[in-house]
Write a protein that binds this ligand. Structure first.
Ligand SMILES: Cc1cc2nc3c(=O)[nH]c(=O)nc-3n(C[C@H](O)[C@H](O)[C@H](O)COP(=O)(O)O)c2cc1C
Length: 167
């Protein structure tokens, strides 16, 4: 897909088909994430966790829905989480990594949504880390839902987006 078309196609999908994401698509999206810049080139401070499979996704959903009234993962069949070591620029790293993955998924025609609220707002981060098997010394930063989108979003014009000053 032409790059500008990929940019225009990326939007947050909040409904997904049950169809799993192929391993090939996952590999492409993970490779895009791992091509992202990382502060000071300290690659050892960042980690990706990929959740697929209905059982693990159900466990995660059950965890979130104990404190939320809706499924914050929107029924997606896959979820990718970025974690980082505390005291680093890991939150910024996560943003860069996630955007690469969102665009790679859009390029493949897959739906995504940037997910931070339910991860950062959890009252039980230790249990979340345990369910996600996050390595010792890392904390969860943000993630993306991934799957075949079952919704569509009208394209936004630049005027509907945030402002920009050119000096
Ligand atoms: C840092 C960040 C955190 C976000 N967290 C969530 C989230 O937890 N849940 C959610 O549904 N959307 C989340 N979003 C998606 C935004 O709501 C969405 O990108 C925004 O409304 C613009 O829509 P678009 O992605 O379709 O362009 C997040 C986006 C960003 C950049």
């Amino acid at each position: 897909m032409e790059f500008r078309e990929t940019l225009a196609r990326r939007h947050s999908s909040r409904a997904y088909e049950a169809t799993p994401v192929s391993d090939e698509a996952l590999d492409t999206i993970l490779a895009a994430g791992r091509a992202a810049p990382v502060g000071m080139g300290e690659y050892g401070t960042v980690h990706l966790t990929v959740v697929t499979g209905s059982e693990k996704m159900a466990e995660l959903r059950k965890f979130f829905m104990a404190s939320e009234s809706h499924d914050p993962l929107y029924g997606a069949p896959a979820f990718i989480v970025v974690s980082a070591k505390p005291g680093t620029v890991g939150t910024l790293d996560a943003g860069a990594i996630i955007e690469n993955m969102l665009l790679a998924a859009a390029d493949l025609g897959l739906g995504t949504c940037f997910i931070a609220g339910c991860l950062l707002g959890t009252k039980d981060p230790a249990k979340l880390r345990s369910i996600l098997q996050i390595p010792e010394g890392f904390e969860v930063k943000s993630g993306i839902t991934l799957g075949h989108a079952a919704d569509s979003a009208p394209a936004k014009t630049l005027a509907e987006r945030f402002s920009c000053t050119r000096l």
